[in-house]
Write a protein that binds this ligand. Structure first.
Ligand code: SAM
Length: 245
């Protein structure tokens, strides 16, 4: 039920760095870490796209993901760092206390289409945060641009003579409020196809869900450069959450 993205994702993991590698959310992650002083727990860390900057700054980091393929890429990438632990597991089942900052980035929260599962995740996040800790959540913004259908294609030569093809499409269904992502990967004879339903949240809905877990939105931004959130213009909703006092 909670495993809305299948854990077998070899080609997705291979493609991760060239398709999504340019997203730089380090400003908000570092801001949160400067306020909390760490350590950092990233839920659904994937191939570790967002971990490099905190690791280089010397923060202790734990990354959890349910995909062996994703974690294998992260392990190889950060093999020289001794301030990182990578754990295989389901974030809806795991709970670790003692973190300054807990992060769920790049719309990962939105793949949990079941409200009860989301509440459970937020409660686990709250337990993982120290008393003065915080959490970073990044969600796709629910505006006209966010609801538009989109497609994207990338081809990258990963091995000599072998190209990895990526085709991504997003389609929003106004009747259900579900934005479905269809990701297709091809590498030689291997094919992989993921259909991932996601939810678009209004700021009010997300704040309500956070409040149910005893969390409050302390800061809200609209893009990775920490520009202010604007309902119609911002591509993202970037939240800093703290415990309700
Ligand atoms: C959209 S990707 C984001 C990856 C990474 N955080 C980033 O920002 O580049 C979502 C990640 O969450 C992981 N994931 C999804 N559901 C999960 C679950 N129930 N438990 C653990 N990891 C999960 C997926 O394997 C995937 O790596």
């Amino acid at each position: 039920m909670s495993l809305t993205i299948p854990p077998t994702m070899r080609l997705y993991a291979m493609a991760d760095r060239f398709v999504w590698g340019s997203f730089d959310d380090s400003p908000i992650v570092l801001k949160a870490l400067e306020q909390s002083t760490g350590p950092l727990l990233e839920l659904g860390c994937g191939t570790g796209r967002a971990l490099e900057v905190p690791l280089k700054k010397g923060y202790n980091v734990i990354g959890i993901d349910h995909s062996k393929d994703m974690l294998a890429v992260a392990k190889e990438r950060f093999k020289t760092y001794n301030n990182l632990r990578l754990l295989l597991g389901d974030v809806t089942q795991m709970q670790y206390p003692g973190f300054g900052t807990v992060a769920m980035l790049l719309n990962t929260y939105s793949v949990f289409t079941d409200a009860q599962v989301r509440l459970d995740i937020l409660k686990r996040v709250a337990v993982s945060m120290n008393d003065s800790g915080n959490a970073v959540f990044i969600l796709k913004n629910d505006n006209e641009a966010g609801r538009k259908s989109s497609t994207r294609e990338e081809v990258s030569e990963i091995e000599a003579g072998k190209k990895l093809h990526y085709q991504g499409a997003a389609e929003y269904d106004p009747r259900t409020g579900i934005r479905t992502l269809r990701l297709k990967f091809r590498f030689g004879d291997e094919n992989e196809h993921h259909i991932i339903p996601t939810i678009l949240f209004s700021v009010e809905q997300f704040a309500r869900e956070a409040a149910l877990a005893g969390l409050v939105v302390s800061e809200l931004y609209g893009d990775f450069d920490l520009s202010p959130y604007h309902r119609e213009q911002s591509p993202w909703q970037i939240y800093l959450l703290t415990h309700q006092k």
